[in-house]
Design a protein around this ligand. Structure first.
Ligand code: NAI
Ligand code: PYR
Length: 329
C-alpha cells in the first residue's frame, strides 16, 4: 500500500537576492513543509541555508530548509527558477536572454528526470521567453509550466491606483497583461475599484496623460528600484510565494500569469485560474480595440525574440555535434 504524502516541498533554484527572499517569505507564512535551496555557489548556498534555518528556530513555522542538488529539486512539488543573471542599471530584461537561456538549458539537463507532477514556476528574466523554453526543455504538460509574468506589474499598478483613488490596494481590480517587459499594457477598459468602473471612480481623471504616466510608472518601476539598490526582491518574493500558495492550497485564484498562448505562439500574461495542477484554465478577457492591438504587437515582438533564440540554440547544438565528431565521441 502506498503511504499518503505528508510533505509539501518547494525547490528554489538560485539562492541570490530573489531566491532567498522567496524562501524567507515561504517560511514566514508558512506555505510548505520543506524548502530545498540549490545554487552553483556552494559557500553562498550553505550560508543562505544556515541563515534561513536560523529564522525557523524561534517561531512556529516548522518549515525545514535544506541544501539540495538539481536532481533533488526535480522531485519537488514546485520548482521555482530564479537562477540567472539580473539586469544592471539601464539594461533591459531581454538583454539577459542569451545568458539565462544557457543557464536554463543546463538546469534542465541536471534536473532530469523531473517528476511528472512537478509544477515549474519561472521567475528569472526575460520571464516570458524563459517560460516558453522551459515548457520545451522540461517536457512537462503546458499547464504545469508558468511564469510570474505581469503579476508583479499588476501589483505595482494596484499600488499606484490605490494612492490616486485613496482606497486600499486590495479594492483595486486592474491588470497589466502581455510581456513582463517594455511591451506590457494596462487593461484600462475593464479596471474597477470594487464594482465601480475606473472612469466613474476617478471622474475626469482618466485622461491620456494620466494613463501614460501610470503606464510609465508601472513599466519603469523595476528600473528605478534597480538603479538605487541593484535588484528587486521583496515584491517578487511575495508574488512568487503567493503563486506557490495558490498551487499547493489549490486555491483557484485568478491572476495574470505567463503561460503558453496557442493562438499567439508565445508565452505571455493573461488572467488564469491557478490551482494544484498549475494553470487550471485561462479566463477570457474583454479587450477594447486599442488593447487588442497592444496584445498583438506584444505577442509579435515576443515571437520575434523566440525565433532568434531558437536559431541560437540550434547553432549551439550544431557546434556541439561538430566538436563531438572532432573529438571522436
Ligand atoms: N520575474 C520578475 O518579476 C523578476 C525577475 N527577477 C529575475 O530573477 C533573476 C535572479 O535575480 P537575483 O536573485 O537578484 O540574482 P542573483 O544574482 O542575486 O542570484 C542569482 C543566483 O542564481 C545562481 N545560479 C546561476 N546559475 C545557476 C544554476 N545553473 N543553478 C542554480 N543556481 C544558479 C547564481 O549563483 C546566483 O546565486 C534575474 O534574472 C532577475 O532579472 C528579479 C526580480 C523580479
Ligand atoms: C527585475 C524585474 O523584473 C522586476 O522587478 O520587475
Amino acid at each position: 500500500m502506498t503511504q499518503p504524502k505528508l510533505k509539501s516541498s518547494i525547490a528554489i533554484l538560485g539562492c541570490g537576492d530573489v531566491g532567498s527572499t522567496l524562501a524567507y517569505t515561504l517560511i514566514m507564512q508558512p506555505i510548505c513543509s520543506e524548502v530545498i535551496m540549490v545554487d552553483l555557489k556552494k559557500e553562498l548556498l550553505e550560508a543562505q541555508v544556515r541563515d534561513l534555518s536560523d529564522s525557523t528556530y524561534g517561531g512556529r513555522s516548522g518549515v525545514k530548509v535544506r541544501a539540495g542538488t538539481h536532481k533533488d529539486a526535480g522531485q519537488a512539488d514546485i520548482v521555482v527558477i530564479t537562477a540567472g543573471a539580473k539586469q544592471k542599471h539601464g539594461e533591459s530584461r531581454l538583454s539577459l536572454l542569451s545568458r539565462n537561456l544557457h543557464i536554463l538549458e543546463s538546469i534542465f539537463s541536471s534536473m532530469a528526470p523531473i517528476s511528472p507532477h512537478t509544477i515549474l514556476l519561472l521567475v528569472a528574466n526575460p520571464v516570458d521567453i524563459l517560460t516558453y523554453f522551459a515548457r520545451k526543455l522540461s517536457g512537462l504538460p503546458e499547464s504545469q509550466v508558468l511564469g510570474t509574468g505581469t503579476s508583479l506589474d499588476s501589483a505595482r499598478l494596484r499600488g499606484i491606483l490605490a494612492e490616486k483613488a485613496e482606497v486600499a490596494p486590495s479594492s483595486i481590480d486592474a491588470y497589466v497583461l502581455g510581456e513582463h517587459g517594455d511591451s506590457q499594457f494596462i487593461v484600462w477598459s475593464s479596471a474597477t475599484i470594487g464594482t465601480t468602473p475606473l472612469h466613474l471612480a476617478l471622474p475626469g481623471k482618466l485622461t491620456p496623460e494620466f494613463k501614460a504616466s501610470i503606464s510609465a510608472h508601472t513599466r519603469g518601476a523595476a528600473g528605478a528600484i534597480i538603479a538605487a539598490k541593484g535588484c528587486t526582491s521583496y515584491g517578487i518574493g511575495n508574488i512568487a510565494a503567493s503563486i506557490c500558495k495558490y498551487i499547493l492550497f489549490d486555491s483557484r485564484s485568478v491572476r495574470p500569469i505567463s503561460f503558453y498562448q496557442p493562438e499567439l505562439g508565445c508565452c505571455l500574461s493573461m488572467p488564469a485560474v491557478v490551482g494544484r495542477k498549475g494553470i487550471i484554465k485561462s479566463m477570457p478577457v474583454l479587450l477594447d480595440e486599442t488593447e487588442r492591438a497592444e496584445l498583438e504587437k506584444c505577442a509579435s515582438g515576443l515571437r520575434g525574440v523566440i525565433e532568434g533564440a531558437e536559431k541560437e540554440l540550434s547553432a549551439d547544438e550544431q557546434l556541439r555535434k561538430a566538436l563531438e565528431v572532432d573529438e571522436g565521441v
